[in-house]
Design a protein around this ligand. Structure first.
Ligand code: CAA
Length: 371
């Protein structure tokens, strides 16, 4: 049996309240809090990128690294077009010289692509484990409809035989088509998005990939006990569940606890939902089937299932780092957003960003990072 032997996540140490953003944009607070079902949004400071977030998540789960033969970094916020994000971390994570690393991209789907590539690797290499990091910073234009659906986060997972946390069922259903619902050409630092089309494609990919999953596995909705979805904003996951199951929140509410205060973390989002369910469910859900829907614009969708192992809760640490984040003002958030662009001077005034540094043990990993 192959699956997740260890898993943990992180986000930045700063956030804004969605109510503050609504006031600043002249939008009713209810639109963000009820309409999008988001309460807070994580904001990455200028010296934190997808690599530093990835490091923070990975360092939480790594113990002895000698049997890690593969390290896949999934991201759509990478910092180099050639050198893969994982290479920046090979030494600091003390991975063996024999460990291969590469980067995977297909929008928010890449975390799942990495998970299944790692699954295949450990199936062929029984004495090895694989490290998967999914890490992203969601960026849309300020004042655009997408602005309220930003956020950031990273998940790290170790994939192995005889996993302690979850087993993965390799049977999946998938759906892919060429669409321009959300994309970011090389010249852009912010995504271009057609919101209505993206929601439509998300729901189409869910319907079609579940249909294929059901045919291949013989499973129907009633065979699934809990549900996790890629969560660009919580209302999207609630709508997805309503479409799939005909029910608004039962069996998936616990999966939204973290995403509702982090916002979108693209490739990490589905696995933050999974951790949210595992950490926040009042029940022991070992042996119960969890349905997982992964979606990446452009677009690829995949439906698959996993099952928590007996005593899984002994191997997942719930920490209070989300509650310890610091609230920043909308003015500070805007200055952070523009810190790399000429607009910074127009928007920041005399505001200094020096205090908004991440206090992580390890920052400024590459020459690209800006203090
Ligand atoms: N009180 C309560 N609710 C209100 C309200 C009020 N005063 N005003 C509006 N609302 C509700 C609306 O009715 C709507 O809810 P329903 O969809 O349930 O009807 C909700 O608030 C949002 O309102 P709008 O649709 O008018 O919002 P918008 O057009 O301004 O922006 C968005 C919404 C299109 C999702 C935009 O945030 C966006 O483009 N986000 C980025 C794209 C995205 O996340 N797409 C998701 C699918 S693609 C994907 O999943 C990949 C990925 O990660 C990007």
């Amino acid at each position: 049996m192959i699956g997740i032997d260890a898993i943990d996540f992180t986000t930045s140490r700063y956030f804004i309240e969605m109510s503050d953003l609504a006031v600043a944009r002249g939008v009713p607070v209810e639109k963000y809090v009820d309409g999008l079902h988001q309460r807070q949004m994580s904001v990455a400071p200028p010296n934190e990128d997808a690599v530093t977030l990835g490091y923070a998540a990975a360092s939480k789960i790594l113990d002895d690294t000698s049997d890690i033969g593969l390290f896949i970094f999934a991201t759509e916020s990478s910092i180099d077009q050639s050198k893969s994000a994982g290479t920046f971390l090979l030494d600091v994570l003390q991975l063996p010289r024999s460990c291969i690393t590469y980067e995977i991209k297909q929008a928010c789907f890449s975390g799942t692509a990495a998970l299944f590539a790692a699954y295949n690797y450990v199936a062929m290499n029984k004495n090895k484990r694989a490290l998967v990091v999914a890490s992203d910073i969601a960026r849309y234009t300020i004042h655009s409809p997408g602005e309220a659906t930003q956020g950031c986060g990273a998940v790290a997972m170790i994939i192995s035989n005889d996993p302690k946390v979850l087993s993965i069922d390799p049977t999946y259903g998938s759906y892919s088509t060429n669409t321009y619902d959300f994309y970011r050409p090389n010249c852009q630092s912010e995504a271009i998005v057609d919101g209505a089309l993206s929601a439509k494609m998300y729901l189409t990919a869910l319907k079609e990939s579940f249909k294929e999953f059901s045919v291949k596995s013989g499973a129907s909705i009633s065979d699934i006990d809990y549900f996790c979805y890629h969560t660009p904003f919580c209302k999207m996951a609630i709508k997805a569940h309503d479409n799939l199951v005909g029910d608004r929140t039962s069996a998936m509410a616990d999966s939204l606890v973290y995403n509702s205060v982090i916002g979108n973390s693209y490739s990490a989002s589905l696995y933050i939902s999974l951790l949210s369910l595992l950490h926040n469910s009042q029940n022991d859900i070992s042996g119960r089937r969890i349905g997982m829907f992964s979606y990446g614009s452009g677009c690829v969708g995949q439906y698959f299932c996993c099952k928590p192992q007996k005593n899984y809760f002994d191997f997942i640490k719930k920490s209070d780092f989300i509650a310890l984040r610091e609230r920043i003002s909308i003015k500070e958030y805007e200055a952070v957003h523009y810190h790399n662009s000429p607009k910074y001077h127009e928007t920041s005034g005399s505001l200094s960003l020096e205090t908004l540094t991440s206090q992580r043990k390890y920052v400024l990993l590459s020459k690209y990072s800006k203090p």
